[in-house]
Design a protein around this ligand. Structure first.
Ligand SMILES: NC(=O)c1ccc[n+]([C@@H]2O[C@H](COP(=O)([O-])OP(=O)(O)OC[C@H]3O[C@@H](n4cnc5c(N)ncnc54)[C@H](O)[C@@H]3O)[C@@H](O)[C@H]2O)c1
Length: 385
């Protein structure tokens, strides 16, 4: 008999929906998972949104006030999918109430926020999983294994890119994302946070960096009503964009490897162009999120003119086998969240962390904070984990 685990979702925008779908699907893909998530409550401040979620997914209760979730003994695990400025307060409160948390990146606005949630989770002895979903792609896990096994030699340099057009439209609403108090550092928290996590996942700690940032769309229209995801607000009164559209960063890894990390949210013509190129003394690996199940690999002993081949990930790579029976049957973005749900629930069931944790969130946030310091000072800065 599998135990039920009461879960709540706080914030039912894009990510709240994706977490909920992942809870609904996780046992389809992981029938041996020792816990069965049971949707207890959805907390959402926009009137009607929680009710719609309950109607569609079967949450037993709805609330406009996430504090009711803290006090609800039926809830043992919580997805925190509200905007960044709420991560710390909600994360700390849930952990202190003894609830396991699956929290979205970047976990607050600053490294102090991420650390506060990490400390609360550690003190309460609960599990904390963070939404760094790109590292859950089987091809990314295989790239990490290849690199760690020395298949491309000693890593020399890496390029990590996260280009998106989600904020490129001039009518894109001035949502919480563009405010410093509620969204933090803009594209740094939105996209570069994933890049910093991938960098460390693949190559280890970043020792120092220098960064440059820019705002390319300085004003946006204020929305007249509630927003979700990347809504439009044509004709609304204009207000200032307070945080970064773009960051470009040179990295020095503790290993001695060098890197470039570039992220932009206003890149016309770029739709989720996320990926990396890792070069070593004997080979290279290339990954592009848009072809998520392919890894391009160059390895051998020829150095010059060495061929590059495409590997389609298959059941031996990461969690691929939980989704598809053979290589080149594509997994998609939402599947990465199912993998994340599985790792979260497995952490809870076994009392051991699997997947990205709050320690990883602190590291990522520390890199973002170093980028901001460097962009202000115009110089190289050390990254202090
Ligand atoms: N891992 C990823 O790939 C990924 C992708 C997108 C967003 N995110 C992260 O997920 C989080 C949410 O992003 P999103 O795109 O879903 O945003 P969103 O704006 O679509 O959703 C946020 C929801 O939270 C609700 N909300 C705001 N204040 C609330 C409160 N006090 N109580 C309850 N609900 C409240 C909003 O009404 C909205 O429905 C952010 O931290 C973001 O960085 C992660």
């Amino acid at each position: 008999m599998v135990d039920a685990l009461g879960v709540a979702v706080v914030g039912f925008g894009w990510m709240g929906r994706v977490h909920t779908q992942a809870y609904a699907r996780v046992r389809h893909h992981y029938p041996r998972l020792a816990l069965r998530p049971q949707l207890v409550t959805v907390a959402e401040e926009v009137p009607g949104r929680a009710e719609e979620a309950a109607d569609q997914f079967g949450f037993a209760a709805v609330t406009r006030d996430w504090r009711e979730v803290v006090a609800d003994p039926r809830v043992r695990a919580v997805s925190i999918t509200a905007p960044n400025f709420l991560h710390r307060e909600i994360g700390v409160a849930m952990a202190e109430a003894g609830k396991h948390i699956w929290i979205e990146k970047p976990v607050g606005l600053t490294p102090q926020d991420a650390r506060a949630v990490a400390d609360a989770v550690a003190e309460a002895g609960v599990q904390g999983t963070v939404g760094f979903n790109y590292r859950n792609a089987p091809a990314v896990e295989t790239a990490r294994d290849l690199i760690a096994a020395g298949e491309i030699g000693a890593v020399t340099h890496v390029r990590i890119r996260l280009f998106s057009d989600y904020a490129a439209h001039p009518d894109g609403a001035l949502s919480w994302r563009f405010e410093r108090e509620r969204g933090g550092s803009g594209v740094l928290g939105d996209l570069a946070s994933h890049g910093a996590d991938l960098a460390r996942f693949l190559l280890g700690d970043i020792a120092s960096l220098t960064a440059d940032t820019a705002v390319f769309v300085p004003e946006r229209a204020r929305p007249s009503g509630a927003t979700a995801g990347h809504s439009r607000a044509a004709g609304g009164a204009l207000g200032p964009v307070e945080n970064e559209d773009y960051v470009n960063c040179l990295l020095r890894f503790a290993s001695g490897a060098r890197g470039v990390l570039e992220a932009c949210r206003v890149s016309v013509g770029e739709q989720n162009n996320y990926g990396f190129e890792v070069h070593g003394t004997k080979g290279a690996v290339f990954w592009d999120f848009r072809r998520m199940n392919e890894l391009r690999v160059s390895r051998g002993t020829t150095y010059q003119d060495q061929p590059v081949g495409t590997v389609y990930v298959g059941p031996g790579d990461g969690e691929f086998g939980a989704f598809q029976p053979g290589a080149a049957n594509a997994m998609g973005y939402d599947d990465l969240k199912v993998v994340e749900a599985y790792r979260f629930l497995r952490s809870v069931a076994e009392g051991i962390p699997y997947g990205a944790t709050l320690t990883d969130a602190v590291h990522s946030a520390t890199v973002l904070e170093a980028m901001t310091r460097s962009a202000q000072s115009g110089s190289w800065v050390d990254v202090h984990p």
